[in-house]
Design a protein around this ligand. Structure first.
Ligand code: GRF
Length: 189
């Protein structure tokens, strides 16, 4: 059986979709949800899904104890699903090629510090890009720059707004993220 931990900071639509996708798959278990934001709707979702919830503050998150705690869970993959803190280097080192992130744009453009949530879509629309999309990638020590697993594209319309683009990106995320997670798990030995 494959064991996942899902890190979240916000609404948790990706968390919900991933949990629903694997709900009837006895080979995949979400062992916990790690959340850094006490106001996140993800908390409700984790409770409703019956998944153990681990709230963290910054100090805990950066501690050796947290790494050990995560290691003790015997995880196959950590999934960052709208998680807004940078992953500490030691945590990355403890889970080599075992952390994946979804970014709501086509990296390397519109990545790095400050490019999250609506800020990404605002910047893409303001630049009149012809395309945007999603990037699912492994997490390394440098923000938004780990090896890319998959990018999926969507076209911008002439009248595109950050909100309308967000909706398109959201559809891509829902369609691709669980499937890519499944593929990553299948590739592991
Ligand atoms: C997604 O757009 C994800 O790509 C981004 O944050 C958003 C999270 O949405 N990094 P949700 O919390 O899964 O609803």
């Amino acid at each position: 059986m494959k064991r996942l931990s899902i890190f979240v900071s916000g609404n948790g639509t990706n968390l919900q979709r991933i949990a629903d996708y694997f709900a009837n798959n006895p080979e995949v278990k979400i062992v916990n949800v790690v959340c850094n934001n006490p106001k996140a709707y993800s908390i409700e979702r984790a409770k409703n899904l019956g998944i153990p919830l681990r709230m963290i503050n910054r100090q805990e998150f950066n501690s050796e104890a947290f790494i050990q705690e995560m290691k003790s869970l015997d995880l196959d993959l950590i999934v960052l699903a709208g998680f807004l803190w940078k992953i500490p280097e030691d945590l990355v080192k403890a889970f080599p090629k075992k952390i994946v992130n979804i970014h709501p744009a086509l990296l390397p453009k519109y990545g790095g510090k400050g490019f999250y949530g609506e800020h990404v879509h605002e910047a893409v629309v303001a630049a009149k890009e012809a395309f945007s999309g999603i990037t699912i990638h492994y997490v390394n020590e440098i923000y938004d720059s780990g090896e890319i697993i998959l990018q999926a594209y969507t076209k911008l319309d002439e009248k595109e707004t950050p909100d309308s683009l967000a909706a398109k990106i959201h559809q891509l995320e829902q369609a691709y993220f669980p499937v890519v997670i499944e593929q990553v798990l299948l590739q592991q030995h």
